[in-house]
Design a binder for this molecule. Sequence first.
Ligand code: PLP
Length: 318
Amino acid sequence: MEPLDRATIWPYDENGEPRAFYYSRYASPTVVDAEARLGELDGGEALLFPSGSGATTALVLSLLQPGDTIALAAGAYFGTGVTFQALAKWGLDYVEFDQTGPPPDGVQLVWLEAPSNPFLTMPDLAAAVAHPAPVVVDSTVATPVHLRPLEHGADFALHSATKYLAGHDDALLGAVVGRNIDDLRTFRTRTGISPAPDPAWLLLRGLKTLELRVHRQTQTATDLAARLRTHPKVVEVRHPGIGGLLSFDVADGAAAHRVETSTRVVVNATSLGGVTSVMESRHRWEGDRVPTGLLRFSAGLEDAAALWADLAQALDTA
Ligand code: PLP
């Protein structure tokens, strides 16, 4: 395993000149190791941030200026819109659009999500890259195992590395991968939105099993989505055929509450992408943006038959 270097400073060389590492807000060895590995996986240069939302904030602030507008995929991660709203008082605006078609004219940045969380739509990448504005793809849920956005012409891939990349629900971290991230690196150093070495080390560990985990989680989610589609208490199922995340609807909020609190293997908790299966009603966070009966399910590494038995007994309460 790569070493974990927690130092914040390193000595200058024998001539009194800074070496590659001198102060950890600029760069640190464990972070650089993790960035190199993620860059290889996504086919670009990677920069880590203290969280996915921190990555979003840094990228938007470094690319845009007051008066600019972002076209945000409708139904994308709720918190991304919340972050953009928090930036409104600095003159940044956003409009939502259906990412299965072309982005609207007159925007300075296009923000896609592959697949969107929790509606699980896939973006029309060809339509987006034909737009003159730079294109960001939040590929947290797809991971580089299923999608490498830069190969499709996107300018940046963004990850909440808290999810599949680190993969064990014990590291909060974000990442941006691009072809040229020098300006963003400078912006990160100057604004201090710099990552710590411990989560970067956990990311390095997580990346070693990423492919195995994501293939298994995709297989499990695909299997469960098919079973849910035939269940009489389930109104709608959303799963794009890739990734371990799915959502399904039961009749209403009361039924969703009974189902999410009745599982024994699946943990009733937020987030996604870890080795433990989790499920929650998203209405509690997102309000009327989602159906009251919508449950979001993230497949972990448990046995698929055991997960189905657990979901089936919980659905009996719906
Ligand atoms: N992007 C997506 C698709 C997410 O699901 C999340 C978190 O749930 C984020 C970004 C934000 O990441 P973080 O929680 O690491 O700030």
